[in-house]
Design a binder for this molecule. Structure first.
Ligand code: PLP
Length: 377
């Protein structure tokens, strides 16, 4: 079995979610939009799931819109908000591409600006007040970053927006946050909150967007008018019910999981920093989610490192992207001011609730060996 240290990419499904899903795929297979007994049974499962999801996200059931994943939730939030109330968009420099590209598209017609982050990856709360104005349509600041794991001060962000642009919506991508953070509390001040099931033990292709009472959105997908007209299309009832089961399980175990995984992550990060010369940790560990270990290695290229690690049974990832033929550091590392040479040697090891001591031990052996081999070459 490989050491799977890529939970920020996706997670194995939790048994609770698989079990819940199977019943909806086989026995309770109805279309919840119909009116006969089989439909009503599916509708009941859907609405029960909505209540669970709402509670886990600190929302009312009527504020939950089910989507086909995090990307769609992010697109609906930004594009839908701007269509309903056109105006400039603000987004943090470290957003996932699903938010980044939606915001950039909106900004082409309506203007917009990037909120910078500091070397720790945290949004610059001094810069924000200068950027927010009365015509601002939406301000997007993610709750936890997918690459380096930084948690953003969303409450403070929302306070600035409420004061300077009361008509603007605050949107947060909580896709990487839900497994580790009390999203219900931390995102309470956000109008729009996006999550994705496959990042916390649910299936791929299902997510949700919380749309609070005062938020107005135009739909991206029109048709049958499901989800109060905000997301047409026959519900993925099995996926939604499985997501709800995963959410309930995550919330019930979250505190214990965070404590256990943070200890494993600390052992991994400290061990690698001690074992590999020229290794540096990205950002401030005390401001990261428990499952994130992000390091850079001087004089090493991420792609080559990942290949050697794969061969040694360690599944990991990096933040570099191949743009027009040349490998460049990710926009996240660039925004944090990580020098290019360092950014090119980035490694993300992301842990999950099921990560074992044996997996950490394997990574602690394999990473130093792979870096040494690349430096010899
Ligand atoms: N937002 C963040 C922060 C993510 O990490 C991801 C997935 O990598 C997404 C959005 C997209 O979610 P999905 O894979 O469900 O489309």
């Amino acid at each position: 079995m490989p050491a799977y240290l890529d939970h920020a990419a996706t997670t194995p499904m939790r048994p609770e979610a698989v079990e819940a899903m199977l019943a909806l795929l086989t026995e309770n297979y109805g279309n919840p939009s119909g009116s006969h007994a089989v439909s009503r049974q599916a509708k009941k499962a859907l609405e029960e799931a909505r209540e669970v999801v709402a509670e886990a996200l600190g929302a009312r059931p009527g504020e939950v819109v089910f989507t086909a994943g995090g990307t769609e939730a992010d697109n609906l939030a930004i594009t839908g908000a701007v269509a309903a109330r056109p105006g400039p968009v603000l987004w943090s420099a470290v957003e996932h591409h699903a938010v980044l590209h939606s915001a950039e598209n909106a900004a082409k017609a309506l203007g917009g600006q990037v909120v910078p982050v500091g070397p720790d990856g945290v949004v610059d709360l001094d810069a924000l007040p200068r950027l927010v104005g009365p015509s601002t349509s939406v301000v997007a600041v993610m709750l936890a970053n997918n690459e380096v794991g930084t948690v953003q001060p969303l409450v403070e962000v929302a306070a600035v927006v409420a004061e300077q642009a009361p008509g603007a919506l605050v949107m947060t991508d909580a896709v990487q946050a839900f497994q580790w953070l009390d999203v219900a509390a931390l995102a309470a001040a956000a109008d729009l909150v996006a999550v994705s099931a496959h990042k916390f033990g649910g299936p791929k292709g299902v997510g949700a967007l919380v749309v609070r009472g005062r938020a107005r959105l135009e739909p991206l997908i029109v048709g049958g008018g499901q989800e109060r007209g905000l997301r047409s299309g026959t519900h993925n009832v099995a996926g939604i019910v499985a997501m709800a089961a995963a959410m309930a399980a995550v919330v019930a175990e979250r505190e214990r999981t965070v404590a256990r995984v943070a200890a494993l992550r600390d052992r991994l990060a400290d061990g690698l920093l001690a074992a590999v010369e020229g290794a540096q940790e990205t950002g401030d560990r005390s401001r990261k989610v428990a499952g994130n270990c992000h390091l850079t290695f001087e004089g090493v290229e991420s792609e080559a490192l990942l290949m050697l690690l794969d061969g040694a049974g360690v599944c990991a990832s990096a933040g570099s992207a191949c743009t027009s033929g040349a490998v460049e550091p990710s926009h996240v590392l660039s925004a944090m001011g990580v020098p290019r040479e360092r950014g090119l040697g980035a490694l993300r090891l992301s842990l999950g609730p099921g990560t074992t001591e044996a997996e950490i031990a394997l990574a602690l052996e394999a990473v130093p060996a792979a870096v040494a081999r690349l430096r010899e070459a």
